[in-house]
Design a protein around this ligand. Structure first.
Ligand code: NAD
Length: 439
């Protein structure tokens, strides 16, 4: 059985005997065991980072940038391999996985410009005979705690910039799909990054708590669910750490009566059901405005039924399984709740069975019509292929609905009316006109 260790000081190593199973979500079979690290693993990680820090912080930004440039090339050369690692543990289609690596790569590319990005500022005579200047210096050891849904992209939002700035970085990836982080670290070593600058430690809450409590870690980046984001934000801030914590989402897509309906439906397919809805930018609510609603629901229902739900190894797959058995059951529970609360179930993903993959964690595209604001399926993040249609009479009601939801990450509108589009982007939480590119 494949064993996924930590990646510390350029070596795959772990002291803890505790392990967790890693499954292939398409088959439901165990494919690896990941170390659930202990105190000794954590000490090893911190010592390695502390030893590496001075040297790396004193390496010129230009030399750091050269390492990043080599890293960029290595990721480009290994995109297929990285995407396969992502798909095999996460379940998303290979195209989706590749897209996510490319999005992460953009940050590596951005970080290559660090000599310019790190420039300071100078102001003359801020007081009589007093000049003021600012410089950007590394903080020390920084840490990232990341979710299962983007095992390449989300860590790559964090560590390239931190490392380019002269920091060391400790990554605690999701225990559900941890292999990609190890491959990303190996490639960085191959690019010439000194040992200890980028370490990966596996585990769950225990390791997160060690990171929060460590006096050697100066800052934390977190991406994941809202309750955990709140916990990490509060506990880290209490200890004087710099912390950013990004949580869950409920994204609305408004379809106005003057929209090109086929274009909107195409967009909804990718945005609601791509990556089985396990995206923080997934559209989980379609707001149908005015008399477009009946046609829109009918067309979404027709098209969603044709989506090919299959494992990533099937090259025609348009939607894979969800991450785990527990998550599948949780999504199915939400569907049951939606029915009980009176929403109109037009497509039921609980019935999805894939021949030869009966034990896989598949949930088919699910569509609810006539959802209202009081329903649980509207209020909570489901994080699965479940689309709720809410009907509103006019634009003002739709706008109010979007802005009143407690979650928001990105929202969008289909309309031919340029005025309305502008209103959305400037006066509301809605930040996008059109549809997110599928990743
Ligand atoms: P999660 O919160 O369960 O886990 C995220 C990380 O926190 C993992 O590394 C996990 O090991 C750790 N963790 C889990 N429980 C913990 C606890 N009790 N204490 C301390 N650490 C804990 O999230 P997930 O299920 O892996 O990811 C899905 C969530 O991430 C969704 O809510 C999604 O919206 C969100 N997300 C948000 C963004 C964004 O940009 N806002 C991007 C991607 C994903």
């Amino acid at each position: 059985m494949k064993k996924i260790h930590n990646y510390i000081n350029g070596n795959k190593i772990s002291y803890s005997d505790s392990i967790l199973d890693v499954d292939d979500p398409s088959t439901g079979e165990k494919i690896a065991e990941v170390t659930m690290s202990n105190n000794e693993d954590f000490k090893n990680t911190i010592n390695s980072s502390l030893n590496a820090f001075d040297n790396w912080a004193n390496t010129t930004p230009l030399k750091r940038s050269r390492v990043l440039s080599r890293y960029k090339k290595l990721i480009e050369d290994n995109i297929e391999i990285l995407a396969k690692i992502v798909s095999s543990e996460h379940g998303k289609t290979l195209e989706d996985a590749k897209g996510s690596v490319i999005r992460g790569l953009e940050v590596v590319e951005f970080a290559c410009g660090i000599p310019h990005l790190l420039k300071g500022e100078f102001s003359q005579n801020v007081g009589t005979n007093i000049d003021s200047w600012s410089i950007r210096q590394p903080l020390g050891i920084t840490a990232g705690i990341t979710p299962f849904n983007f095992p390449a992209m989300v860590p790559m939002w964090m560590f390239p910039i931190s490392i380019a700035c002269g920091n060391c970085f400790v990554l605690k990836p999701s225990e559900k799909d941890p292999s990609c982080a190890i491959k990303l670290a190996e490639l960085f070593t191959e690019a010439g990054l000194p040992d200890g600058v980028f370490n990966v430690i596996n585990g769950g809450k225990e390791v997160v708590d060690m990171i929060i409590e460590s006096q050697d870690i100066s800052s934390i980046s977190f991406v994941g669910s809202t309750p955990v984001a709140k916990y990490i934000y509060e506990e880290s801030a209490k200890r004087g750490k710099r912390v950013q914590a990004l949580g869950g989402a409920k994204n609305h897509l408004v379809v106005m009566p003057d929209a090109n309906i086929d274009q909107a439906v195409d967009g909804i397919m990718g945005a609601a059901f791509g990556s089985a809805g396990e995206r923080c930018m997934a559209v989980s609510v379609a707001v149908a405005v005015g008399n477009i609603a009946d046609k829109l629901v009918e067309k979404i229902q027709d098209k969603a039924q044709t989506l090919k739900v299959a494992p990533w190894t099937d090259k025609d797959s348009e939607m894979g399984p969800v991450i785990s058995k527990d998550h599948k059951l949780k999504i199915e529970d939400y569907i049951t709740i939606g029915l009980k609360e009176g929403a109109n179930l037009k497509l039921d993903g609980r019935k999805c069975k894939i021949q030869g993959y009966e034990n896989g964690y598949f949930v088919g595209p699910t569509l609810f019509d006539n959802v209202d604001e009081k329903m649980t399926i509207y209020k909570e993040e489901i994080f699965g292929p479940v689309l709720c249609v809410v009907r509103k009479d006019n634009y003002d009601q739709a706008l109010k609905l979007v802005n009143n939801h407690k979650y928001g990450n990105g929202s969008s509108i289909y309309t031919s009316d340029g005025e309305v589009s502008r209103h959305f982007t400037t006066n509301s939480k809605i930040g996008m006109v059109g549809v997110n590119e599928p990743i």
